[in-house]
Design a protein around this ligand. Structure first.
Ligand code: AMP
Length: 304
């Protein structure tokens, strides 16, 4: 049974102090699916684009074994657009534009053959839409959800309803504080664990990621890259590598979830080395596993 992914597919305009790109392939579901495709197949994609979505981007997704039966293409509609500008410190980003386009009236329909999927990744979109997808699934076993400040601020009640049905929530550190309304990260995480998820994964950009459950705290480093080209999609790519590995192994033990965090971080490190999805287009499994091992060595030292 495939891995179900829902989220945005979009066209991004991104600028950093060093370069600028327009109309690049973007969107949460795009990054999640492409990263997950290195671990498992098929990926069942649920999303929507307008007629303006370039054919070459559709071809790229299909090449990665991503099943597009659940992708609606709306005649005359405009694809989701996002524009962001990174500061000299690439951890800081301003959103310049969010145009929902076809997502505004999106009514997600999960094709019959996708409905049995038990591993589900609810990528970053309106929590109302994430819930609509979840409601069509027959027996979810592992529901991973990503969200962002845009939805925490604009759709908090809907997000709180959704969280009751989520097993693993992936958000960044500032969103953790915002969602919990608590400045201390650990206290904020504990508060969120009371809202539904059994596990919270907090992404901290170039400082790695934290896995927090009621009785575990696990810290994963970030890969020390000398050249970061475009951080866009790193969080979604993390989610894709994470759930792709869990789906491949079908093992939800805490030790395996820790491994999935390292695979998520591994994929995110490839993503930021190039612009848009370029860093995820042609990696090769050997490089993925080599970098996974380098990650392990980053924080390994002798026991006392
Ligand atoms: P990340 O850098 O992981 O936060 O992901 C950036 C991607 O998320 C971009 O490719 C955007 O197209 C997409 N994105 C940005 N804002 C939103 C939003 N409000 N809803 C859905 N997707 C979004």
């Amino acid at each position: 049974m495939g891995l179900l992914v829902v989220g945005s597919l979009g066209l991004d305009d991104v600028s950093t102090p060093f370069h600028k790109i327009e109309n690049a392939l973007g969107g949460a579901a795009t990054y999640i699916s492409m990263a997950a495709s290195y671990f498992t197949a098929p990926i069942y994609l649920v999303g929507v684009v307008g007629e303006d979505f370039p054919k070459e981007y559709i071809d790229l997704l299909e090449e990665k074994n991503i099943d597009l039966e659940g992708l609606q293409v709306i005649a005359g509609g405009k694809t989701f657009r996002w524009a962001g500008k990174y500061h000299y410190d690439l951890n800081v980003r301003d959103t310049l534009l969010t145009e929902l386009g076809v997502f505004e009236n999106f009514d997600p329909v999960v094709p019959g053959k996708y409905q049995q999927a038990s591993f589900i990744c609810l990528g970053n979109i309106d929590p109302v839409l994430q819930m609509k997808v979840l409601n069509q699934m027959i027996a979810p076993k592992c529901v991973v959800c990503d969200t962002m400040n845009y939805w925490i601020e604009g759709q908090k009640d809907e997000l709180l309803k959704l969280l009751k049905r989520v097993n693993i929530l992936i958000i960044n550190d500032s969103e953790t504080r915002l969602l919990a309304d608590e400045p201390n990260l650990i206290k904020a995480a504990k508060h969120i664990l009371d809202l539904g998820p059994e596990i919270l994964i907090i992404k901290k950009g170039e400082h790695g990621a934290l896995l927090i459950s009621k009785d575990t705290i696990f810290s994963a480093p970030a890969y020390p890259l000398e050249s970061i080209y475009d951080p866009t999609g790193a969080g979604d790519t993390f989610a894709g590598g994470f759930i792709g590995y869990l789906h491949k192994t079908q093992d939800l033990s805490i030790d395996n979830i820790k491994r999935a965090v390292i695979y998520g971080s591994t994929m995110a490190s490839f993503c930021v080395e190039h612009f848009s999805t370029k860093g995820l287009e042609d990696i090769g499994n050997l490089r993925v596993n080599d970098r996974y091992r380098e990650f392990l060595n980053l924080s390994k030292c002798d026991e006392l």
